[in-house]
Design a protein around this ligand. Sequence first.
Ligand SMILES: [Zn+2]
Length: 441
Amino acid sequence: MYDIGFLNGDIYVEGHFFRRNIYISADKIALITEAIETAAEVIDCSGLKIMPGFIDPHVHMALNVGEFTSADDFESGTCAAAFGGVTTILDFLDPIQTLSEFQTVMERRLKEAEGACLDYSFHLTLGNFKALNEIPELLSKAYNRGINSVKVFTTYSDSDRKCSDEIIAAILGTDMLLMAHSENDELVNTAHEEVASFEEARPVLAEMSAVAKLAEIAAYEKGCLYIVHTSAGSTVEMMAKRYSDLLGKRIFLESCPQYFYLTNQSFKGRDGRKFLLAPPLRSEEEQYKLRKQLHRLSTIGTDHCPFMAAEKLQYEGAGKVPKGIGGIEYSFLLMHTLYGDEVIDHFTCRPAKIFGLQEKGCLDIGMDADLVLFDPKGTTVVDSGHSSCDYSPYEGLVLQGKIKSTVSRGNFVVKDGVFLGGKGRYIRRRYCESDHQCYNL
Ligand SMILES: [Zn+2]
């Protein structure tokens, strides 16, 4: 006898939907069948699509940025995420500059994440890390704690977070996945204060030139590179032209819903400051170009990092406004409204493979029972949602479809639109089993 059966849903398997029943034992998928079996509880899923729980590979819960801390902690952020069908989040450790800091940031973040109702894991983050000789030990320590990805910044020298090319090349020479916030520091104007023209302070060329340099180092070192929050269509176009052999195999581009939905026109309005983030929202031309290239992107993350409206509006000049916006609750619906089922892999199997989430990202026997029950005929109107933040940059948009329920390891976290809560677990991640070439996304 199984614990739960989800009956008559359309199940997403390898790019297609099939009418099947899914049976769960404890926290795993035990059976996918056309037959009816006995289960302690059965859920009728007629008319619903059932997908693997979504993975958001890029979030910042309780991120301290000096004077401000992002509005969602792990508890409220994962609650909002669950309403969006997300079942796993990948957050970040605080940036470190020496090996000796690793233990502290790891324990601190584990503590902070205890309230999460969904599963979570962390990326290691380097600031201006100076000791090249400490890198091998650092990476092996991190890997022993289940971390297969290291984030660096190519900008933010003003806050001592810019990572040297020497360190970047060293990491790309290993099996670790290098994640990069890619903006050419010398083309970023941190003194720029006018909000309306904020995009000019961090131009498209800053992103393109930083990404091109990283890609060249990755190609030379035969490393694995993941570009976070790719903002400009021109960057994707350039990568497709120059690195088509590596794109989706060893170089991965992530973008975020904000770059598909919002443009730098938002900075010009009365509430322009509420939209400030880095890299900035781009022109309509860049957005148009980006929208044509979903197939060249490996994943969609949110860079979920909202601040309260009053915090965003506290200072007049762009410099002191905390950068970041929210979006985890509506990420899938935003992208699905634009592209339909073509986006499902960007939220499921691809982030699972890239980030070594071996028991997540697909509906198969033995995998974690992380499910999204999706009503394709429903509609969703965006409001501030279940985040602690008091506004959404997408407020008022009408999106196709409705997330009805979210199941994390066999337990309903959201059921028919009601939050039931849950207990998230820290997920240890692994390198890809054979070699990098097995990524073929
Ligand atoms: Zn980020």
